[in-house]
Design a protein around this ligand. Sequence first.
Ligand SMILES: Cc1cc2nc3c(=O)[nH]c(=O)nc-3n(C[C@H](O)[C@H](O)[C@H](O)COP(=O)(O)OP(=O)(O)OC[C@H]3O[C@@H](n4cnc5c(N)ncnc54)[C@H](O)[C@@H]3O)c2cc1C
Length: 478
Amino acid sequence: MLSRAAVRDLERQVGVPHVYTRPADLAAYAYDAYGASGLRRVADAVVFPESTDEVSGVLAVCAAHGVAVVPRGAGTGYAGGATSDGGVILNLSLMTRLSAVDVEAQRIAAQAGVVTAQVHARASAAGLYYPPDPGSSTTSTIGGNVACNAAGPHTLRYGTTTDFVAGLTVVLADGRIARVGEGAEAPQLLPLLCGSEGTLAIITEVVLRLIMSPGARGTLAATFDDMEAAAAAVAAISEAAIVPAALEFLDRAALDAIAATEAGDVAPGAGALLIVEVEGTAEDVEAHTDGVREALAGAGARALEHATSADEAARLWRLRKSVSAAVAKVQIGKVNEDVVVPRDRVAELVSRSRQIGVVNGLPVVNFGHLGDGNIHTTFLIDPRVSGDRLRAAAAVEQLFDTVLMMGGSLSGEHGVGTAKLAFVERQLGEAQVALMRRIKLAFDPAGILNPGKKIPSPPPVSAGVDVRRSALEPSAFG
Ligand SMILES: Cc1cc2nc3c(=O)[nH]c(=O)nc-3n(C[C@H](O)[C@H](O)[C@H](O)COP(=O)(O)OP(=O)(O)OC[C@H]3O[C@@H](n4cnc5c(N)ncnc54)[C@H](O)[C@@H]3O)c2cc1C
């Protein structure tokens, strides 16, 4: 529980209207997108700073009072990272200033609360391109994207958010402000802070790298009888030495959800859908479109569409983008994972996930970024039914075991938060987790920044640490 003195100090930093402590207000921040699993955590206060200086003031107050600080953007995270049992939620959604595009330097500066799609729009208006495009881009914030190292359909060709961060302004746990950027003489802190999920510092401003817009773009969609045929098409695209800008898939259950909710026009009985986008010069796009079309047809595509206008491309993409909303209409709750397996084993994982669903009595939907082997395996539940939540927990554990056994990893883009915390050491090994704890300690000695997220707590002291075993922990590469 926050002391009255702490609340007063917070109010002095950001103003009384920007500090929420009423239970009804706090309830609105008790969940993020992972709330669809039924998880709720209530903070003691939610504060809304408007500038880096105000964030600095809030951090200084929290450090002085020993209060936990949980940064929050739009709350679209699927890992339970932006909620807090007690402590202060630092809501950055009022920090929405976005600079003009510096066309010559190919840069744009955004405060943490700027919505991702606004960066896309401003870059595009200046003839430039910001490729990271999470499915939540009309809602998620740039600060949240950097904190989770968000990816998206176009990661296959261009990389993740981290690849486009040229500089950050961050507030440290004691309230000091640091500007971290490029330059040979600067310590290489950007990759460490990107993806740190609010556990090392609060991101308040981001300088993003933009690239030239591709001259041309081609979008194709094809349905197949099953995932195996779709996987064969992907292998054929790869063999043709084509690197698409995006290569997305939906399985039969995802297509059924879209058809049932009339969210899009789906060919009846299709077992899988692939969306393939190619970008580049007009000549490259023409050649690659032909190559992709051949690969899709050769693998037995039932129906093949090629968008010849931006409107038609948007219609094809709507199928992919409508899946989360469609699934939410089919069932009230879900646990949505973002596991990664080698690309040639995606069909196998989809099949195994269905078996896991059957064993646990839960419907399962698969869709995602096939080009990166990043699959959103989603178990559908009614979170009001405790049996469903328990079954989902068992299903997720079996899924993670399967993924690790297949040489994959637990998260391609959503991050760890609390949702995957129990499995981190299994993937990374004890030594690497010990290293993460030391880095955390260096940034945040009092442990007030997003505690209990991303980095598993150390074992109880009485358990002791076997130094030899730590040193010999097998690497994630086997
Ligand atoms: C429909 C839907 C589709 C999605 N599709 C994708 C996708 O394609 N790719 C993808 O990567 N993700 C996707 N996501 C997940 C989510 O949108 C991303 O993780 C996004 O980056 C979170 O941004 P946010 O602003 O909502 O962050 P939040 O949910 O508010 O926070 C996420 C984490 O970042 C931390 N954080 C937030 N802001 C800051 C800050 N300024 N400084 C430090 N830490 C901070 C929080 O503490 C928390 O740990 C999707 C989610 C939904 C609901």
